[in-house]
Design a protein around this ligand. Structure first.
Ligand code: ADP
Length: 352
């Protein structure tokens, strides 16, 4: 082989090698890009100018039958974007689980198009909860405020001192009702927004002592015996005020839903990692069908009794929030006509 010919072959081999390593580098780059995009919670689909899918990250697939619907929407929007038209579509999937997606596609300056799939499910759920909550608050406050207006009108029209006194008493009652609902709403929102606050070592004896002091008089007035068992110097890591508020709500309910002559018992059990505070009563109890729902805001089993006893329907929602803030839980066992036991379970030490 001539020297020149061998030189040409060497050069073309070098170029082939270079081309090969350029291709490998480009493939590694695509792999790196795909791996990075797979870590992103937003779905991304890239298409070339002919509409062929070049890249699709993991979040672009929602899983199950819904993928067909998502793919259809992505392809339609990508085709339009390749032709130069950006667009978006909100997709509500009935699940399970139900999902709300926002799919957008944008042109990439003649180099194809990109579709972005955003999961709005959690935001949509929170919006629905907020709307419900506002509707509930409006309803809960409308009742006492409406009653106040009617009572005030009656008072303005009456000359009878005895009737006036009765109407004024009713007005005070309704004003207190509205004020209790507002207080509980503020408490709930403080606990929801503030998380757990600065954790401190809290003596259970001090918490239960404070709860007992708050409720001794109410229990006596209701003819209900309040028994608080001693605690053996147990401590928990948490927010003292929130713990007092949670156990107070449980004791308040136990007294409210127990007939005169009944007993409310507060006791605590400790293991290596948990403290369980039990509040039990031998009162009216809760029907099995309502047990799952009593922790919802404004849910009441017996509206009339809750109203009569000044309930706001927010007490157990507060207890559940306090439990969550402490990495614990609250549960209930009950039998209609026999009584209820609520258990607040809190880790003894701060979770890391
Ligand atoms: P409320 O202010 O109406 O008591 P809660 O959120 O504290 O609201 O409780 C929700 C509902 O759960 C109450 O309306 C009542 O029907 C039921 N409930 C709660 N605690 C008890 C209990 N110890 N015994 C019977 N029913 C209870």
């Amino acid at each position: 082989m001539s020297r020149f010919l061998r030189g040409d072959t060497d050069r073309s081999q070098r170029e082939l090698d270079k081309e090969q390593s350029r291709r490998e580098a480009a493939e590694r780059e695509v792999e790196r890009l795909t791996a990075s995009l797979n870590a992103v919670p937003t779905g991304i689909v890239l298409a070339d100018a002919n509409g062929a899918t070049v890249l699709r990250n993991r979040s672009a697939a929602v899983g199950g039958h819904s993928d067909v619907l998502v793919d259809e929407a992505v392809q339609r929007l990508l085709t339009a974007a390749i032709a130069g038209r950006s667009g978006e579509q909100r997709l509500e999937l009935f699940g399970p689980p139900p999902r709300v997606l926002l799919i957008r596609a944008i042109p990439l300056n003649g180099a194809g198009a990109m579709a972005i799939v955003d999961d709005l499910s959690e935001r949509a759920r929170l919006d629905a909860v907020r709307t419900d909550f506002v509707a509930n608050i409006s309803h809960e406050l409308k009742t006492p405020v409406g009653a106040l207006a009617v009572l005030a009108e009656a008072l303005a029209d009456s000359d009878d001192a005895e009737v006036n006194r009765h109407l004024a008493e009713k007005m005070v009652e309704e004003a207190h009702r509205a004020s209790r609902t507002i207080d509980d709403l503020l408490e709930l929102s403080r606990i929801e927004l503030g998380g757990r606050g600065e954790p401190e070592t809290v003596s259970l004896a001090a918490v239960l002592g404070e709860v007992a002091a708050r409720h001794r008089f109410t229990a006596e007035t209701a003819g209900v015996r309040l028994d608080v068992a001693p605690t053996n110097g147990q401590t928990v890591t948490g927010d003292r005020l929130q713990l007092v508020s949670a156990i107070s709500n449980l004791v308040d309910n136990a007294i409210k839903y127990t007939n005169p002559g009944g007993t409310v018992k507060v006791s605590s059990n400790i293991s290596a990692s948990w403290v369980e505070i039990e509040v039990s009563d031998d009162g009216v109890g809760i029907p099995a069908r309502d047990l799952d729902r009593v922790f919802e805001r404004f849910y009441r089993v017996d509206r009339a009794r809750s109203r009569e006893t000044g309930g706001t329907g927010l007490g157990l929602a507060i207890v559940r929030h306090v439990a969550n803030n402490h990495g614990g839980e609250v549960s209930v066992r009950s039998r209609e006509g026999e009584g209820s036991t609520f258990t607040l379970k809190i880790p003894t030490h701060e979770e890391t």
